[in-house]
Design a protein around this ligand. Structure first.
Ligand code: SAM
Length: 281
């Protein structure tokens, strides 16, 4: 039984970190003409109205997209500004920030005629909402398990493959499941670019995923982490967001570091960004 719904968290600091990374990766991939299959294993609803009752309950976007949006006018020409212009393009009307675009929007937006996009979602309500979104015909929405669905698609027919894995980690076993699926994916598609999001929790469960990937023999894994604060002794909640990029495009490290140097101070005095090679280089 799935209880997680991303609408409660839409536009938070983790979404900003994840979608900015995704934007840089896809922007790079689009420089070549050869076709790409994109797979979003945990798609969610696609587009999130910020006035939805779920989103209003926690208002996490106020510590995420909101301060960046507010700072827009003062920003110099930069990657962050370009990304915020893309957020502006996702708005339904011209009355400011009313919607936050999820990963199906970010991937669907960069889709060309020769590319394919497959969006998996296992929650019936979320899948129904995703199905109601206007997307290009080469974006396919599948009601089903994203990790099994990805494995069943391999190898893909296009020369290139880009995968986003963004689970809700409601089960601790998901960290290992992600590690196993990624190892299998890279066995079948050696040059696939795979992005994985994980939460930083005081319990440190993400080390299960990090260790599994290190042991699986992958050659290049870039890790970046954004912390809103350091965890207190009594805290249980998510204090940071992590992204792994397997086979990262050349220059991702510098571009992301530059964008995050603009983002981090806008998220509060205690926020910190750090990045390194988890495997390779
Ligand atoms: N990727 C989305 C974005 O960036 O906008 C957010 C995804 S949210 C963190 C995780 C989603 O995965 C939820 O909508 C949840 O219903 C869905 N989910 C959970 N387990 C799944 C599974 N095994 N296969 C596919 N989707 C799943």
């Amino acid at each position: 039984m799935l209880s997680y719904q991303h609408a409660y968290h839409a536009g938070n600091f983790a979404d900003v970190h994840k979608h900015l990374t995704l934007y840089i990766v896809t922007d790079y991939l689009l420089r070549k003409k050869s076709a790409i299959t994109y797979v979003d294993t945990h798609a969610g609803r696609g587009l999130y109205p910020l006035d939805a009752h779920e989103t209003q309950r926690l208002q996490e976007y106020r510590e995420g997209i909101w301060p960046l949006w507010q700072a827009r006018a003062a920003l110099e020409d930069s990657l962050l500004l370009t990304w915020l212009e893309a957020v502006a393009a996702a708005q339904i009307s011209a009355t400011g920030l009313t919607h936050y675009p999820g990963s199906p929007w970010w991937l669907g937006h960069s889709l060309r005629e020769q590319d394919q996009l497959r969006l998996f979602e296992l929650h019936p309500g979320e899948h129904k909402q995703l199905s109601a979104q206007a997307l290009l015909p080469n974006a396919q929405r599948v009601f089903g398990d994203g990790l099994a669905g990805l494995a069943a698609m391999l190898p893909v027919v296009t020369p290139r493959l880009c995968v986003l894995i963004d689970p809700s980690y409601e089960r601790k076993g998901e960290y290992q499941d992600v590690g196993d699926t990624v190892a299998y994916t890279l066995e079948k598609a050696r040059h696939a670019v795979v992005l994985i999001w994980y939460p930083l929790l005081p319990a440190g469960h993400h080390h299960i995923l990090l260790d599994a990937l290190k042991e699986s023999g992958l050659r290049k894994i870039w890790r970046s982490e954004l912390r809103l604060q350091e965890p207190g002794e009594q805290s249980h909640g998510m204090f940071g967001s992590g992204m792994l990029v397997i086979n990262p495009p050349w220059g991702l490290d510098k571009q992301l570091a530059g964008a995050m140097a603009d983002v981090t101070p806008l998220l509060g005095a205690t926020s910190r960004y750090q990045a390194d090679w988890w495997v390779g280089e």
